[in-house]
Design a protein around this ligand. Sequence first.
Ligand code: FE2
Ligand code: FE2
Length: 281
Amino acid sequence: MRLTCVVDDNSGVEDPDRSIAKASGGFLSEHGLSLLVETDRGKKVLMDTGSSERAFLHNLDLLGLRPKDLDMVFISHGHYDHLGGLPALLREGVPCYTHPSTFLGRRFIETSGRLREIGPSEGLLALLRDNPPTYDDRPRELVPGVSTTGEVQRSTSFEVPSSFVIERDGHRTPDLIMEEQALCVSTKKGIVVLTGCGHAGIVNILSQVRRRSDRKIAMVAGGFHLWRAAPDMLLRSIDGVKRFNVEKVAPMHCTGFAATKAFSDRFPGFELLGTGCQMEL
Ligand SMILES: [Fe+2]
Ligand SMILES: [Fe+2]
């Protein structure tokens, strides 16, 4: 399969020694994530759509693709930085798959004592009413070789989302972002796990994958959400990932610079992926 990073916070590097190709310039990077999986059978499954329709469509165009070329879009969770290009896909009738709670409630993040809304836009919610996604909280095969993890069981004590708030029926409560699911792609070398923001915890996500299959985990790529992690939590996350004997790690998006550096120091199989990067797996 081929993995392409359509949108990420960073631009990544070309590294022929590690078979990472970088499409020639002009890509837009922004806070957000969008990863494209092209299976060996020619199916195109997109996970998430970046923050803005502009960057998403611009980058898709540079890759020689139009929205209707995609077979489906899987939305990992309900934060704006994964939903930017979704309206363009819904307007073209691209089938959407996600968890039943992804678009429920109003979502906020607390920074410096203030709440900032980070959920879907009103325009997107209106489009979703006319183009309802397929909802599923259980593991589901989207196309042969590409499956969702289902809702991730939370078992570690240190991977508990903080700073997030959800408002439902006028009541605000801490948001554990329970809807977040990851994607599992079966390759000849093992399973490739793709995470959106990783709010469920990267160790919890890999445990969920392991519960479903004892195949080797060839790579985990995507957001690990460690940009605000305390040093001890970061080390516990890294030790936890190591226990799965993951061959390659590609922390992206909301992993944050310090955590990305820590992974690069501790994993020989570290890969620096970013917008416009492609890997054959
Ligand atoms: Fe995110
Ligand atoms: Fe998120």
